[in-house]
Ligand binder design. Structure first.
Ligand code: AMP
Ligand code: MG
Length: 310
């Protein structure tokens, strides 16, 4: 990917000024601000209309930077070595002397952190002397954005700059794993759980639909295109949009396909763009046929279940 230094400079200038900038990542676009600044973090919450008790993920360039803010442990080092930078977020204990804004953490003693892989955002992070708080660049409870034009759809001129990094290569949010005690998955995402288990060499607890919400990605309605969704549909009527995993010969004009050849990674990459496309079409409801429940299919199903609570 070609890196335009003038664009990175422009983003840096705004961020240094405690403004918000949309940044590309391999999962989805982020709405970024200086994680050490209350002012910048407040702006993020306001723009997204995000409830204050939903803390932000903070993005770092490397371990050296992270060490200033968090207590690192053995499981973290193992997973870092194998998967970072990449689509995985770790919940860690904050150091007492950390400068992370209390607005970003909602005053919690823990912090969710990630090392994004996108080369443009890595280039930007390297130039900053603070990490970036960056939740997904979409309105709260709605579908994430995976391209600059989708960020624009949600925010219009309210954000001063979108750093263009093309379409997100993974297309769904990061997997969140709590590493404070025994590793526990809080949200399914772009990194498959099976790969994490292989490295930690043990079963990992999953806490995806808890009674008490720890990560609001776990809350009931989320990732919603703003239309009713019917899951595991066997038949699709002509007046509803059909969201179908694999392209087949029956093609009708109300059918929208996630993948040409039945590839789960391709389906994840297309998921949010297709939900946005359906929302803009004339159809007022969505019927989803079964999506295989393994690999990134598990993440797709998780998002569709939460989106169906409309
Ligand atoms: P988003 O970046 O908007 O897709 O969402 C970030 C996710 O990270 C949300 O589900 C948050 O609740 C979760 N998160 C952020 N900080 C923490 C934390 N300290 N502990 C648990 N989950 C967190
Ligand atoms: Mg989000």
């Amino acid at each position: 990917m070609k890196i335009n230094l003038a664009n990175i400079k422009k983003a840096k200038k705004l961020l240094d000024n405690r403004d918000c900038v949309a940044i590309p990542t391999e999962t989805v676009y982020g709405l970024a601000g200086n994680a050490y600044s209350d002012q910048a973090c407040k702006k993020i919450f306001k723009l997204k209309k995000r409830p204050k008790d939903n803390p932000l993920i903070v993005h770092y360039y490397n371990i050296k930077d992270l060490r200033k803010d968090c207590e690192l442990n053995y499981n973290f080092y193992k997973l870092y070595k194998k998967f970072c930078p990449g689509p995985v977020t770790f919940v860690m204990n904050l150091k007492r002397k950390s400068k992370i804004s209390k607005i970003a953490t909602n005053n919690n003693a823990s912090l969710a952190i990630r090392f994004p892989r996108h080369p443009i955002t890595r280039h930007l992070l390297k130039k900053l002397n603070y990490p970036l708080a960056a939740p997904s660049a979409n309105l709260s409870t709605k579908v994430s954005a995976v391209s600059p034009s989708q960020v624009k759809e949600d925010f219009g001129k309210k954000i001063k700059y979108i750093l263009n990094g093309g379409k997100s290569s993974i297309g769904v949010e990061s997997t969140i794993i709590d590493l404070r005690k025994k590793p526990k998955i809080l949200r399914l995402g772009g990194l498959e759980i099976i790969k994490i288990k292989k490295i930690l060499k043990k079963e990992i607890k999953e806490n995806l639909y808890p009674k008490r919400i720890i990560a609001p990605g776990q809350s009931k309605l989320h990732y919603s295109p703003g239309l009713p969704i019917r899951l595991n549909a066997k038949k699709i009527s002509d007046n509803e949009a059909g969201l179908i995993f694999k392209k087949d010969k029956k093609k009708k004009k109300n059918f929208f396909y996630l993948s040409k050849k039945g590839n789960l990674n391709e389906a994840a990459k297309n998921l949010y763009s297709i939900l946005r496309k359906i929302k803009k079409s004339k159809y007022k409801s969505i019927a989803v046929t079964k999506v295989p429940n393994f690999g990134l299919g598990k993440t797709i199903n998780d998002r569709l279940i939460k989106a169906s609570k409309y």
